[in-house]
Design a binder for this molecule. Structure first.
Ligand SMILES: [Zn+2]
Length: 491
């Protein structure tokens, strides 16, 4: 006699694939419900649904990702938000649906949430041929990669971030080395050839069969700025000897060669050069790449200024090639790219152009200085806070000189650390007697008031640059949004 079979609705009588599909559907349903609930409360909306789905159906993110037309993971210290946003603009500009994660929501559970919200209960993306462009936290990368199998990996650069995170770069290099040493053949790695550490990491993946697409500047960029990022001591990542340099663009990024072991910058597959600067609001870029017909060249007017954004654009075009998209169409689509939150975001108030930009470490200071020096700029506000989100330790501004940022133009200081920054500036200007300290408009405690006053003083049709740490910028931006000058921050 047969023993009683389990009820048909239990999992035991089904094929394994059917069980997985059913469990995924149940997980998606639960996660969707959770997503709806947490969004109403405004907290955890970017991470909890993905976390719940992964708990109920382990590995679900990778199964959902298998239904994507293509995917890219963008990581690195600087430029990942802008590069990811440019790449998403390219993909949608070429005519494909694209899903992306919000800036800052770049851990595995957040990426799971993006998939949960974009799929049906059968695990299909609602729009056919959907691509995913995901920004990934550097430390979370080894955990995120298995969730998006086959994704093109885009590595921008590795810089020392805030001082209180010192030591992290070496830790990341070890973490990524392990990850890339275990890489499966067939991976595609897009990387900045001008960063020696990133190049060495890409080579490790290449030794395991990865396809490598390096990008970089066509040659030494013409820098208007005397502001130099205190160079980070980067020795040869292959043998540890001192690295020789032909030129540098930002910090340690540039052309390099190790005389001891021959480790050298690879020839980029995609090069970018700045043809013309357009002040604080953009630049004309020229791209070159190879295809079956030979060297191809295309130019575009980008609405984002600076060397950093030229690198980001190069990375986005190289990533588009990695995704199998048409390179010329990719360059053309970049014309529609707009600055992300507070990265040279610009708009008009009372006839004046207001430019908002984040200041968070020596690299952003050097970048701001470089862009500001080539631009018409009538007034400037520097707002410094030291809340947790700003980085409590703001002493990084001793690692670079702010003198050239304010040089020759009226500027006002504000924020909780304004008085300290005034001291820093005093020393920086004293070091350089050619600088005229007469531009100092004084200190105003409240950032919004400081900005309003500075705008009112600026000539009509003038330009006001506001650079600020994270929390100061949030407050200033919210004040502009409340008056309807810009859309509010997406939640
Ligand atoms: Zn070497």
């Amino acid at each position: 006699m047969r023993t009683a079979t389990p009820l048909p609705c239990t999992l035991a009588g089904m094929t394994e694939a059917r069980q997985v599909a059913l469990r995924d559907a149940a997980a998606l349903l639960a996660a969707r419900g959770l997503s709806w609930t947490v969004r109403r409360f405004g907290r955890g909306a970017t991470s909890l649904p993905g976390l719940a789905a992964a708990r109920l159906a382990p590995g679900i993110d990778a199964r959902l990702a298998a239904n994507l037309r293509g995917a890219a993971l963008v990581t690195g210290t600087n430029g990942k938000t802008s590069t990811a946003k440019m790449l998403a603009t390219i993909v949608s500009g070429i005519g494909h649906p694209v899903i992306a994660n919000a800036s800052g929501a770049n851990l595995r559970q957040s990426i799971g949430t993006v998939f949960v919200n974009a799929t049906t209960l059968r695990g299909r993306f609602r729009k056919r041929n959907t691509y995913a462009v995901l920004e990934v936290d550097e430390a979370a990368l080894p955990a995120v990669r298995p969730a998006v199998p086959g994704a093109v990996l885009v590595m921008t650069n590795l810089f020392r971030d805030q001082l209180d995170r010192f030591g992290e770069t070496d830790h990341l290099v070890r973490l990524w080395t392990t990850m890339l040493s275990e890489d499966q053949a067939g991976a595609t790695i897009v990387f900045c050839a001008d960063d020696p550490r990133v190049t060495r990491l890409a080579q490790i993946a290449g030794e395991h069969g990865a396809r490598l697409i390096p990008y970089g500047f066509a040659g030494a960029p013409d820098r208007t700025s005397a502001a130099e990022l205190t160079p980070e001591p980067v020795t040869c990542p292959s043998c540890g000897a001192e690295l020789g340099r032909a030129w540098t663009a930002i910090g340690h990024l540039g052309d390099y060669l190790c005389a001891a072991c021959g480790f050298a910058r690879p020839q980029p597959a995609v090069t970018v050069e700045i043809v013309e600067r357009n002040g604080l609001t953009g630049q004309r870029l020229r791209f070159a790449w190879q295809d079956a017909a030979g060297t191809q060249i295309e130019e575009v007017d980008l609405q984002l200024p600076g060397l950093g954004n030229a690198y980001n654009a190069g990375g986005a075009v190289a990533a588009a090639i990695g995704l199998g998209l048409d390179a010329r169409a990719a360059v053309g689509a970049l014309a529609a790219a707009v600055p992300p939150f507070a990265r040279f975001e610009h708009f008009t108030v009372d006839g004046r152009t207001i430019v908002l930009s984040l200041l968070k470490n020596p690299a952003t200071m050097a970048e701001l200085t470089s862009v500001a020096q080539g631009a018409r700029l009538d007034r400037m506000v520097v707002a410094l806070n030291d809340a947790f989100a700003d980085g409590r330790d703001v002493s990084w501004y001793w690692d670079c000189s702010p003198a050239d940022l304010v040089a020759g133009r009226p500027y006002r200081l504000t924020g909780r650390r304004a008085a300290d920054f005034a001291v820093r500036l005093k020393y920086a200007l004293a070091d350089d007697p050619a600088q005229d300290p007469a531009g100092y408009l004084g200190l105003v405690d409240d950032p919004t008031e400081a900005v309003d006053r500075t705008i009112a003083e600026a000539p009509r049709d003038g330009t006001v640059l506001v650079v600020a740490t994270y929390t100061a910028l949030l407050g200033i931006r919210a004040a502009f949004a409340a008056r309807g000058a810009i859309p509010p921050m997406p939640r």
